[in-house]
Ligand binder design. Structure first.
Ligand SMILES: CC(C)(COP(=O)(O)OP(=O)(O)OC[C@H]1O[C@@H](n2cnc3c(N)ncnc32)[C@H](O)[C@@H]1OP(=O)(O)O)[C@@H](O)C(=O)NCCC(=O)NCCS
Length: 134
């Protein structure tokens, strides 16, 4: 059993961004680059981190990722975020990626990854994450 095994058929977390890969996002074989997907995940996690910390952040770590199934050009790609932990200045955010192919009836999971952000000020120094309600 790996960290990517998931018996839940639906995404975990809130939908943060939804994008559609274009032909320019593929390698010469027509497959979507993993790096393109990691970029979308980083954007989604950074969007959440900005909301949570109410300001600027830096990505300090990304956990290991495995890719379960390929991404097709023209499919819908959703990045779902879940706040896992808040430290003094850090935030751990899990991002799940699910895709819906143009002809498919149900979405399928592509990958997930844990992203760690640190709240920083305008000088790049760490700052405290404001207390979270609830
Ligand atoms: C983000 C940065 C300012 C943090 O500085 P730092 O000296 O590592 O700060 P600290 O050691 O005080 O750690 C700050 C927090 O990050 C956490 N942290 C640091 N490195 C971590 C890592 N590799 N994994 C998980 N958490 C980490 C610490 O546990 C601490 O959390 P807490 O405040 O909630 O307890 C600095 O590492 C940095 O500028 N890194 C480059 C970031 C960047 O450019 N990212 C984009 C790359 S393209």
């Amino acid at each position: 059993m790996t960290a990517l095994d998931d018996d839940k058929p639906t995404p975990r977390g809130e939908l943060v961004i939804q994008v559609i890969p274009l032909p320019s996002d593929t390698n010469p074989n027509g497959d979507v680059f993993a790096g393109w997907l990691v970029k979308q995940m980083d954007i989604a996690a950074a969007t959440m981190a900005g909301r949570i910390s109410q300001g600027r952040n830096a990505t300090v770590a990304m956990d290991r990722m495995e890719f379960l199934s390929p991404l097709r050009v023209g499919s819908q790609v959703g990045c779902y975020g879940e706040l896992v932990e808040v430290g003094r200045s850090s935030m751990k955010i899990n991002i799940e990626v699910w895709t819906l192919d143009r002809t498919a009836k149900a979405p399928r999971k592509v990958t997930e990854g844990l992203f760690v952000y640190v709240a920083i000020d305008e000088h790049g120094r760490i700052r405290e994450v404001p207390a979270q309600n609830g």
